[in-house]
Design a binder for this molecule. Structure first.
Ligand SMILES: O=C(CO)[C@H](O)[C@H](O)COP(=O)(O)O
Length: 224
């Protein structure tokens, strides 16, 4: 296992240790959240009694295969804890997510959780947001208009593709990844983008007061 994968595993397992009996748990998406879900699966096999909501079909599949009981918002109102990855975390704990295309479900789950744990390797921890192009979930109809509007806002948009076709989210939408350079005012940018009809959600996860678990390649783990 390479050093970055080892760091992701360490961050994920550290977060899993915060899951206690009886909790309702949000399961994130991506290669770091994967390790948290794997560890939680082991804990369930050893008798831990929890229920979970997954932020993507992929994570739900992983959880079901591991025997983690899955529930839904038709059964519950709130989650106790959400464990998810990030693409960038700034020093003031603002976050970009959506690299894996699950930002809409991830945000719904994060907002429904009392406690939010972000797991990341050291490369994700940055001074200011913006190097990672901001993922935006958009409805397919008229996506070209959203694309052009983003250009007028000095953004550099790219329609995400998979096998030369538009990438389709679990919600049947498209993703545009849009670079804005250094994001000086993420709240203002998020609000501006949410005003554009056709943009369903942005990958800016702001003012969520997360606990961020950063794992370093040298084996150190810091909770911020
Ligand atoms: O937001 C996400 C998926 O939509 C992921 O949490 C984010 O992309 C981080 O993924 P990874 O841990 O694989 O780097």
């Amino acid at each position: 296992m390479d050093a970055i994968t080892t760091a992701k595993k360490a961050a994920g397992e550290k977060a899993a240790s915060l899951v206690h009996p009886g909790m309702l748990v949000g399961l994130g998406t991506g290669s770091t959240a994967y390790w948290a879900i794997k560890k939680i699966g082991e804990m369930v096999k050893e008798g831990l009694n929890i229920q979970a909501v997954a932020t993507s079909l992929a994570s739900e599949k992983q959880a079901r295969e591991l025997g983690i009981p899955i529930t839904s918002f038709s059964e519950i109102q709130q989650l106790d804890i959400d464990i998810d990855g990030a693409d960038e975390v700034s020093e003031d704990l603002q976050i970009i997510k959506g690299g894996g295309g699950s930002l809409l479900r991830e945000k719904i789950v994060a907002l429904a959780s009392r406690k939010r744990i972000i797991v990341a390797d050291e490369r994700k921890y940055v001074k200011t947001l913006g190097k990672f192009p901001l993922p935006l979930e958009i409805v397919p109809f008229g996506w070209e208009l959203v694309f052009k509007t983003l250009q007028t806002l000095q953004g550099v948009p790219t329609l995400r593709t998979k096998d030369d076709q538009p990438y389709i989210t679990d919600n049947g939408n498209y993703i545009i990844d849009c670079s804005f350079g250094v994001i000086k005012d993420p709240v203002q940018l998020h609000q501006q983008l949410k005003m554009i009809t056709g943009i369903v959600e942005t990958g800016l996860f702001l003012n969520l007061q997360p606990t961020v678990i950063i794992a370093y390649e040298n084996g150190e783990i810091k909770a911020i």
